[in-house]
Design a binder for this molecule. Structure first.
Ligand code: PMP
Length: 442
């Protein structure tokens, strides 16, 4: 018998939705059918203000004409080119332009299709780099509790979210986790960078002492952890990690899948914090979410180490069919044009103060136990309902959606990250809606 699942527009069975309570969704579907600028339109014809830039990715706002045109033209001109042993000009140009946005020494870009692939690529490059230098005992990887690094086996191994880890059996071995830096008892309601907890970086020193530096390849952290509810690096923390890595010959990887491309009001978090890692993972804002693309930016030292091997040999046995896909590269170039011409990173920086005041205007609102912000990122932490974790924030999400504002929740935390084209009245609408909803929910 023919399987008719999915043939009718009202048949929701065939699609297994990611990171979604499928049965709950299918009983009460929320369908988005078009988008422009700051808004989605849903299947009922309602306008929904995007308070989350999709999933932290639509930094240039939805469907900018320039990106639409570049993508359409590229598909017509050349849909695909082999990624191995062949090239096309746009991907070289994109790599050069990204490298020009970064401090000297972060000069080489390896393209992937997602944040998860970027993380696994960076971890593999770290291991292969030490081997290429004759340091093959350096195999340990160090992540952090409450870190999110995507869903590849590498990413969930160094990641620190128990739900993403416990279901899947044996993960990568030889992985340690530093503590997270969320210290509500000391830092609750901090504006911007929290004062307390920079010394938590010294936990890395403890792990080095335990295993010996000669066994450790790399440390990976999100400069600002996003997906686990916006955890900010305390004052001095990232620099201290850098110092410890330098002291022990350990590579430092910043996972900038969220913080890259203007989210903090600077091109990357490395610029914002003035701390330079050895590798940066990126995705999302690279194409403003229009076409899947990610990448790893590597230091000159790492790249040169691989290039110093025998000539006419493949230096790194790694890559994807769609690494540097021409349509994604065209989207990336057009996205960088939009960021530059519309001054969106500066705009995010200019709006950050207004955004911070808006976030903290919720102090004293029902259920709110912490508020956090940096650049155009915000978090509203709610007191969980006893025995029903996540329920309160999810109810807020549903009610905000009914009122035409898209927010995102993770646990009992509302995380906000609007497109960088946001106007002040949109910011007011987001926080007025949340304030109203917090007054309505149980
Ligand atoms: N790293 C970080 C820091 C992320 O926030 C994400 C996605 N939220 C990823 C990796 C994974 O990206 P993707 O979903 O594109 O695989």
């Amino acid at each position: 018998m023919t399987n008719t699942s999915g043939t009718a527009s009202n048949n929701l069975d065939a699609f297994w939705m990611p990171f979604t309570a499928n049965r709950q969704f299918k009983a009460n579907p929320r369908m988005l059918v078009s988008a422009k600028g700051m808004h989605y339109t849903n299947a009922e014809g309602g306008k929904v203000l995007d308070g989350t830039a999709g999933l932290w990715c639509v930094n240039a706002g939805h469907s900018p004409d320039r990106i639409v045109k570049a993508v359409s033209e590229q598909i017509a001109e050349m849909d695909y080119a082999p990624a191995f042993q062949m090239g096309h000009p746009k991907v070289f140009e994109l790599a050069a332009r990204i490298s020009a946005m970064l401090p000297n020494g972060l000069d080489h870009v390896f393209f992937t299709n997602s944040g998860s692939e970027s993380v696994d690529t960076a971890l593999k490059i770290a291991l292969a780099y030490h081997r290429a230098k004759g340091d093959g005992t350096r195999t340990r990887l160090i992540g952090r509790e409450r870190g999110y690094h995507g869903v590849g086996f590498g990413g969930i191994s160094v990641g620190g979210i128990v739900a993403n880890r416990k279901t899947f059996g044996t993960l990568l071995t030889g992985v340690d986790h530093m503590p997270h830096t969320h210290l509500p008892e000391k830092n609750a309601f901090s504006r911007g960078i929290p004062e307390h907890g920079g010394d938590l970086a010294d936990e890395l020193e403890r792990i080095v002492t335990l295993h010996d530096a000669s066994t450790i390849a790399a440390v990976i952290v999100e400069p600002v952890a996003g997906s686990t509810g916006v955890i900010l690096p305390p004052k001095g923390y990232l620099q201290r990690l850098r110092d410890i890595c330098d002291k022990h010959g350990i590579l430092l990887i910043f996972d900038e899948v969220i913080t890259g491309f203007g989210r903090l009001g600077a091109s990357f978090a490395t610029e914002y914090f003035g701390v330079k890692p050895d590798m940066i993972t990126m995705a999302k804002g690279l194409t403003s979410g229009t076409i899947p693309m990610g990448g790893v930016i590597c230091s000159k030292e790492i790249y040169d180490t691989f290039m110093n091997g025998p000539e006419n040999m493949i230096e790194l046995f790694h890559g994807y069919t769609y690494s540097g896909h021409p349509v994604a590269a065209a989207a990336g170039l057009a996205t960088l044009d939009v960021y530059k011409e519309e001054g969106l990173f500066e705009r995010a920086n200019d709006l950050a103060g207004y955004w911070e005041d808006a976030v903290h205007s919720l102090k004293g609102a029902p259920h709110v136990i912490d508020l956090r912000n940096l650049g155009l990122i915000g978090a509203i932490e709610l007191e969980p309902i006893p025995g029903k974790p996540t329920a309160r924030a999810f109810e807020a999400f549903l009610k905000c959606y009914e009122k035409g504002v898209l927010i995102r929740t993770t646990g009992d935390i509302i995380a906000l990250s609007p497109p960088l084209i946001i106007e002040k009245e949109h910011i007011d609408q987001i926080f007025d809606t949340i304030r109203t909803v917090l007054g309505e929910i149980a």
